[in-house]
Write a protein that binds this ligand. Structure first.
Ligand code: GLY
Length: 301
């Protein structure tokens, strides 16, 4: 390692509206805090920002209360199609879109980065790559939870087929002791989305971005608006221009709204400072800063 800095990291569990199941959000915040600790353990042991961000996202993909991996939102056809992406501050990036039957899409996004000359694989091609990499597909329907099936039925009855933001996208950004940053994002996307729809969580520059000279970002919200705003890249450029992470996070939200969306994001600067912002009623998040202080939250203050 080139330098020994104090590592830091922040996790989100998705921006969204209040749901009757959210209660006061404590359980979701606790899950984010556990994911943050899992990632931070890796950083504390001298591991990379990439390993830490990936590990934290895997924890939340495996938690059925979040809209990523197990527990993902369902397409209009009632299927799970996941998006995920990862980026390192040295410019390496990988992503998957409209991916079926892979338990941890973030692992496959990382394999796209590490084992192919490509950035984004989608659909059946991504599935075939998973098999090639030895990621055994789960049985069809294994990622569908009863809770999401019920929500889907209600959405079909209510919305007559209109897609809707589901909340619960997950993400993590980290800076390690060597000063490297990384970002990872994973989602089941929108409820009732069309088959083949890919959102910002699979798009480098929209839902995920990292640059060792500036910082790293993971977004959550209406994917189409984040793509049109090139949101994650905008935040990194604001960090590069000297904004604090909190300012950079806040300042991108009007651009999301101009494109008809809402949501939130987390970011870490190249100096390890952390930031977040959201304009939805809630966004579960948890962090451990460079002084080792832990924090977490759910609602707008
Ligand atoms: N931000 C998640 C999505 O729109 O798919």
């Amino acid at each position: 390692m080139a330098a020994s800095l104090q590592p830091s990291l922040i996790v989100h569990g998705g921006a969204g509206d209040w749901s009757s199941e959210d209660g006061d959000g404590e359980a979701l915040v606790a899950a984010c805090a556990a994911a943050a600790r899992a990632g931070f353990e890796i950083l504390r042991a001298g591991g990379s920002a990439l390993d830490a961000a990936t590990a934290a996202v895997v924890v939340l993909e495996d938690d059925p209360r979040f809209n990523a991996g197990t527990g993902s939102a369902l397409t209009v056809d009632g299927e799970v199609e996941c998006d995920a992406s990862v980026m390192c501050g040295d410019g390496r990036a990988g992503a998957v879109g409209a991916l079926r039957d892979v338990r941890n899409p973030i692992r496959l996004a990382r394999l796209v980065m590490e084992k192919t000359p490509h950035v984004l694989l989608v659909g059946a091609g991504a599935g075939a790559f998973a098999v090639e990499c030895g990621l055994t597909p789960v049985p069809p329907g294994a990622l569908v939870t009863e809770r999401m099936r019920d929500k889907w039925r209600a959405a079909v009855a209510r919305a007559a087929g209109a897609p809707a933001a589901s909340g619960g996208t997950v993400g993590c950004v980290a800076r390690d002791a060597a000063g490297r940053v990384a970002a990872a994002t994973s989602t089941g996307g929108m409820m009732l989305k069309r088959r083949g729809r890919v959102g910002d969580s699979a798009v480098i520059g929209a839902g995920t971005y990292a640059d060792d000279g500036a910082g790293a970002v993971s977004c959550t919200g209406h994917g189409e608006a984040f793509i049109k705003a090139a949101a994650a890249k905008q935040v990194v450029e604001a960090l590069r221009a000297g904004r604090s992470p909190a300012e950079a996070a806040r300042e991108v939200l009007p651009a999301i709204r101009r494109h008809g969306g809402s949501g939130g994001l987390i970011c870490v600067g190249a100096d390890g400072r952390l930031g977040f912002a959201f304009d939805t009623p809630r966004m579960a998040h948890a962090w451990i800063d460079a002084d080792g202080r832990e924090g977490a939250g759910f609602r707008a203050v």
